[in-house]
Write a protein that binds this ligand. Structure first.
Ligand SMILES: *[C@@H]1O[C@H](CO)[C@@H](O)[C@H](O)[C@H]1NC(C)=O
Ligand SMILES: *[C@@H]1O[C@H](CO)[C@@H](O)[C@H](O)[C@H]1NC(C)=O
Ligand SMILES: *[C@@H]1O[C@H](CO)[C@@H](O)[C@H](O)[C@H]1NC(C)=O
Ligand SMILES: *[C@@H]1O[C@H](CO)[C@@H](O)[C@H](O)[C@H]1NC(C)=O
Ligand SMILES: *[C@@H]1O[C@H](CO)[C@@H](O)[C@H](O)[C@H]1NC(C)=O
Ligand SMILES: *[C@@H]1O[C@H](CO)[C@@H](O)[C@H](O)[C@H]1NC(C)=O
Ligand SMILES: *[C@@H]1O[C@H](CO)[C@@H](O)[C@H](O)[C@H]1NC(C)=O
Ligand SMILES: *[C@@H]1O[C@H](CO)[C@@H](O)[C@H](O)[C@H]1NC(C)=O
Ligand SMILES: *[C@@H]1O[C@H](CO)[C@@H](O)[C@H](O)[C@H]1NC(C)=O
Ligand SMILES: *[C@@H]1O[C@H](CO)[C@@H](O)[C@H](O)[C@H]1NC(C)=O
Ligand SMILES: *[C@@H]1O[C@H](CO)[C@@H](O)[C@H](O)[C@H]1NC(C)=O
Ligand SMILES: *[C@@H]1O[C@H](CO)[C@@H](O)[C@H](O)[C@H]1NC(C)=O
Ligand SMILES: [Cu+2]
Length: 599
């Protein structure tokens, strides 16, 4: 453990004036690369006791009173491209420290996460930037990791250090926000230990659910923003739990001679009779809506995204891209053998896959595990839900543990339509409020706004929506495009989900107006609407976008410019301007072939 002075921190004097010395803990996530199961987490909290002090889930509003522990958890990430075969089929994947999925980041609430990224992507080189999904970044808005919005990309060969406080607690993930790189494997889990709501015994750690494509992500992006209508809706090739699944090599396209091995292996999870296990489900895929279940076991949902909720029982959990759900499962007192854990890509109007089923084994003893894949039967509720039901659970069920009432007369209400079409070159594109988005990697909006420039008449394609200094903003998002559901994500906030439905909103009905569901991704139904509202408590430039990789590549994205007058006052550290000089030097000599929106 090294002690370092505060002055050495990249943000200089900002934000952490309450302590003089910081403990730096160098962290190294460790698991043997193709072994299963995934990572075993530390049972909470990490060794420093309860560093969040007297704060509990009941007595603390995490948006106004988040701790600063002074502990820095330092990670060193080298990003590269290499050929791997996690499901048996050899392909190019993007890796962090040689690992797919990328390593677990595990911290306590209030710790500082410091990640030094080395961009070693080759063949060809690409820019990169990492986004820390769901982290509010209230004291470090510039470390949100979105190229063209909060930073310039890290150029090939470049290094950049993120440093931010784990300001909410629960389960999340991090991923590249540069083009669709995260669909090429650049995803990893992030756990923030915090106060408990419902007692449990064993933390089973992250359970990453993700669709999987055998083609390189850039070739898929070319198709989805291309001109050929039969290529704009690609099917995934497989579905994974913690980056593993078997693949049937006999199903490859005739003529495909790529090396492929059957029976690559599936993960297994050890359960203990009578003990309560916490599973941290994360949909880190590119497109597919996941339906998750464990045969013979009920689940208790305790959190959605970074928001603990009043627990309820279910047998199926639905997760759109970017969503997390924490569930508790009690080990059976008298288990008979092992049980199948299943995650299936919901079809119909939700998502598309050639091989939608991911499985893992839940076992109670090695004797049963050694008998192989169990033959247990899925719950009827699961079998009934995998077709056409891409909706999240009813808002009446998902009640936040810590109640907060939204402003019922917000100063701003706007309607934003989502549509789909072709631009004048014939390329397919997504539009919000009639405008498709395209990033300028060399001109990050937040950094421009910090210089006092908050109007961009020459750049309608930046889709900047300036909400001024209004205290809260209500957005009615209307899905008028093709009949597809979209997971809508907002950075920098947990928004209130006031209502969701098919057709149009009646303009007044709010589900549980004294305490609506809050989260950072909500499914917008096909042909329907969501009504969301957020407090403007975090001056910054915040992406609001569909989290389907192919749709955000196609421009389904706007920038929320929140309190520009206060953005101009942010003490943004000089490494942000340096990120643009480094990228500028790279683009001076290399033309970046930006075939999509850039994000
Ligand atoms: C990682 O785990 C392996 C196998 O358990 C062990 O041999 C190795 O020393 C560990 N590495 C680190 C850095 O902890
Ligand atoms: C469009 O894609 C389909 C399916 O791959 C292909 O058969 C067709 O030739 C393509 N059309 C054009 C004009 O490239
Ligand atoms: C693999 O796919 C082939 C071709 O579709 C099929 O005949 C075979 O039964 C499959 N094998 C398994 C184990 O599912
Ligand atoms: C699961 O929940 C159902 C309905 O509440 C109940 O009937 C059943 O006994 C529960 N099963 C287990 C294994 O807990
Ligand atoms: C599942 O069923 C197959 C076919 O009946 C059998 O060979 C296999 O042993 C069973 N697996 C387990 C774990 O019971
Ligand atoms: C949600 O639950 C409420 C209350 O049980 C019910 O009235 C409503 O129809 C449900 N909504 C949907 C979309 O199922
Ligand atoms: C804590 O909050 C939960 C959920 O709102 C509530 O059910 C519980 O009674 C509260 N506990 C205490 C000790 O206040
Ligand atoms: C249409 O979209 C494509 C793909 O994003 C882009 O390369 C092209 O410049 C766009 N054409 C026009 C006229 O904007
Ligand atoms: C979008 O364009 C359509 C057709 O050009 C027009 O009818 C509609 O009013 C526009 N919507 C907005 C929000 O500007
Ligand atoms: C604001 O920035 C944009 C994009 O760089 C530029 O076109 C515009 O001239 C700037 N406006 C002012 C007032 O500096
Ligand atoms: C949507 O577009 C219309 C017309 O171009 C504009 O007046 C309105 O402010 C836009 N909405 C938002 C949220 O920017
Ligand atoms: C790009 O090249 C120009 C011309 O050589 C030079 O003036 C400028 O400083 C370079 N920009 C960067 C960021 O290196
Ligand atoms: Cu979408």
């Amino acid at each position: 453990m090294k002690i370092r002075s505060l002055a050495a921190l990249p943000w200089g004097t900002l934000a952490v004036a309450s302590f003089q010395w910081a403990k730096v803990v160098h962290c190294q996530a460790n698991y043997s690369e193709l072994s299963v199961p995934f990572l075993q987490t530390t049972n909470p909290p990490l060794p420093q006791g309860f560093p969040w002090g007297p704060r509990t889930a009941n007595n603390t509003n995490p948006y106004t009173d988040s701790p600063v522990t002074g502990v820095i958890r330092a990670y060193d990430f080298t990003i590269s491209r290499a050929q791997k075969a996690p499901d048996g089929y050899l392909k190019d994947v993007l890796l962090v420290n040689g690992q797919f999925p990328a390593p677990l980041i595990e911290v306590n609430w209030g710790d500082t996460i410091q990640v030094t990224v080395h961009n070693e992507i080759e063949g060809p080189g690409e820019g990169v930037a990492l986004h820390w999904h769901g982290i509010l970044q209230k004291t470090s808005q510039w470390f949100d990791g979105v190229p063209g919005t909060s930073q310039c990309p890290i150029p090939p060969g470049g290094t950049f250090t993120y440093s931010f406080i784990a300001d909410l607690y629960g389960t999340t993930w991090y991923h590249s926000h540069y083009s669709a790189q995260y669909a090429g494997g650049l995803i990893g889990p992030l756990i923030v230990h915090g106060p408990e709501t419902v007692r449990y015994d064993i933390d089973k750690g992250p359970i990453i659910l993700s669709d999987y494509y055998h083609r390189p992500y850039l070739s898929i992006v070319e198709d989805v923003v291309g001109k050929n209508v039969s290529l704009i809706a690609p099917l995934s090739d497989n579905n994974m739990i913690n980056g593993r699944n078997n693949f049937n090599c006999s199903t490859v396209t005739p003529g495909d001679t790529t090396p492929c091995k059957n029976n690559a292996g599936i993960p297994n999870f050890n359960f203990t009779p009578g003990k309560v296990h916490r599973l941290r489900l994360i949909n880190a895929g590119a497109e597919g809506v996941q339906k998750f279940t464990v045969d013979g076991h009920n689940m208790t949902v305790i959190a959605n995204d970074f928001v603990p909720i009043i627990p309820y029982e279910t047998q199926v959990v639905t997760l759109g891209i970017g969503q997390r759900t924490d569930v508790l499962i009690t080990g059976l007192q008298n288990p008979t053998g092992s049980y199948l854990m299943r995650s299936t890509i919901a079809r119909g109007g939700c998502s598309l896959s050639n091989q939608p089923d991911a499985t893992a084994i839940v076992y109670y003893n090695y004797a049963a595990l050694s008998k192989g894949t169990p033959n247990t039967t899925a719950w009827p509720a699961f079998l009934n839900s995998v077709q056409n039901q891409c909706a999240n659970d009813n808002l009446t069920l998902t009640q936040p543990w810590f109640p907060i009432a939204p402003d019922l007369a917000p100063p701003t209400t706007e309607t934003i339509d989502i549509t789909f079409g072709q631009n004048s070159s014939g390329n397919f594109e997504w539009l919000m409020n009639n405008s498709t988005f395209r990033a300028d990697y060399n001109a990050p909006l937040l950094l421009l706004a910090n210089t006092g420039n908050d109007s961009f008449p020459l750049h309608p394609e930046w889709n900047v929506h300036n909400f001024g200094s209004n205290s809260s903003v209500r957005l009615v998002i209307q899905n008028n495009g093709p009949p597809i559901a979209h997971p809508i994500h907002l950075h920098g906030h947990n928004y209130f989900v006031l209502n969701v439905g098919t057709g149009t909103w009646d303009g007044k009905t709010i589900i549980r107006q004294n305490n609506p569901q809050r989260r950072d991704v909500q499914m917008l139904p096909a042909g329907g609407f969501i009504v969301i509202q957020f407090e403007q408590d975090n001056p910054g430039a915040w992406p609001l976008h569909c989290h389907i990789a192919w749709h955000v590549s196609g421009g389904l994205y706007i920038n929320v410019l929140e309190r520009p007058a206060d953005i101009a006052k942010l003490q943004i550290p000089s490494i942000m301007a340096q990120s643009c000089r480094d990228w500028g030097a790279f683009t001076n000599t290399t033309v970046v072939d930006q075939i999509d929106s850039g994000l």
